[in-house]
Design a binder for this molecule. Structure first.
Ligand code: HEM
Ligand code: HEM
Length: 190
C-alpha cells in the first residue's frame, strides 16, 4: 500500500467535541431498531387472519417495541438537553437549520407516537400487558370509544407520515456521508 492509500485507509478519529458521545449513539440506534420493529410488526399483523395467534403476537410486539421507544426516548431527550449536541458539520446555514429542525421533530415523534398508541389502547378498554409474565401497565385513561377513535386516527396518520420523515432523515444522512463526504454519519456511529 503506498503512503497516501495507507493514510486514507486509516479510520477517521473525531475529537469528542465533534461527535456524539457513546450514550447518545447507543440510544439513537436502539430507538431506531425499536421503531423499525414496531413498524414491521404492525405491517405483519395485517397479513394474518383476524383472531389468530400470530396476529395477536404481532400486535403485542408492536405495542411493546413502541412502549420501549418511549422508555428510551425520555432519558435520551434529557441527555440531549443536558449534554447538547456537537457543533454542526460545516455547510450552508439553511442546511444546518433544516437538520436541527428535523431532529426536534424526530424527538417529538418518539415521545408522542408511543403515548398516542398507549392512549388509543387504554381508551379502547385494553391494557398494555404481558399476562404470561404478570406484567400490566396501569391505564392512562378510562375506556372512552370517542377518544379511542380520535387518538387512533392521529396515531395512524402520524405513523404513516413518519415513514416519509424518517426516510428523509436517513437519506439526508446518507447524502451527507456519500455525496458531501462530511462526518455527519461518522459522528453518530461507534
Ligand atoms: C414509535 C412507536 C410506534 C409507532 C411508529 C407506531 C406506528 C403505528 C402504525 C404505522 C400503525 C398502523 C397505522 C395504519 O394501520 O394505518 C399503528 C397502529 C396502532 N398502534 Fe402503534 N405505533 C407505535 C407505538 C404504539 C404503542 C406504544 C401502542 C400501544 C401500547 C400502539 C398501539 C397501536 C394500536 C392500538 C394501533 C391500531 C391497530 C389496529 O387496530 O390495527 N402503538 N401504530
Ligand atoms: C426511527 C428512526 C430514527 C429516529 C427517530 C432518529 C432520530 C434522530 C435524532 C432525534 C437525531 C438528533 C440527535 C441529536 O442531535 O440529539 C438524529 C441524528 C442523526 N441520525 Fe437519526 N434517527 C432515526 C434513524 C436514522 C437512520 C436510519 C439513520 C442513517 C441511515 C440516521 C442517522 C442519523 C445521523 C447521522 C444523525 C446525526 C446528524 C448530525 O450529525 O447532526 N438516523 N436522529
Amino acid at each position: 500500500m503506498n503512503p497516501i492509500t495507507e493514510i486514507r485507509a486509516l479510520p477517521q478519529v473525531l475529537s469528542p467535541s465533534r461527535r456524539y458521545d457513546r450514550l447518545a449513539v447507543c440510544l439513537h440506534w436502539a430507538v431506531f431498531l425499536l421503531v423499525a420493529l414496531a413498524y414491521a410488526a404492525i405491517e405483519l399483523k395485517g397479513s394474518f387472519a383476524k383472531g389468530t395467534p400470530p396476529r395477536a403476537l404481532a400486535m403485542t410486539v408492536h405495542e411493546w417495541a413502541g412502549a420501549l421507544v418511549l422508555v428510551l426516548a425520555v432519558p435520551r431527550l434529557l441527555w440531549r438537553l443536558v449534554r447538547g449536541a456537537p457543533a454542526p458539520e460545516p455547510g450552508p446555514r439553511w442546511m444546518q437549520r433544516a437538520g436541527e429542525a428535523m431532529h426536534w421533530v424526530l424527538y417529538l415523534f418518539i415521545l408522542a407516537q408511543p403515548l398516542l398508541g398507549l392512549l388509543a389502547l387504554n381508551a379502547g378498554g385494553h391494557l398494555l400487558a404481558l399476562p404470561s409474565l404478570g406484567i400490566e401497565v396501569p391505564a392512562l385513561v378510562a375506556a372512552d370509544p370517542a377518544l379511542k377513535d380520535t387518538v387512533k386516527d392521529i396515531h395512524e396518520t402520524l405513523g404513516t407520515a413518519f415513514y416519509l420523515v424518517i426516510g428523509l432523515h436517513a437519506m439526508a444522512s446518507l447524502f451527507h456521508h456519500y455525496m458531501l463526504g462530511d462526518n455527519s454519519l461518522r459522528r453518530m456511529w461507534r
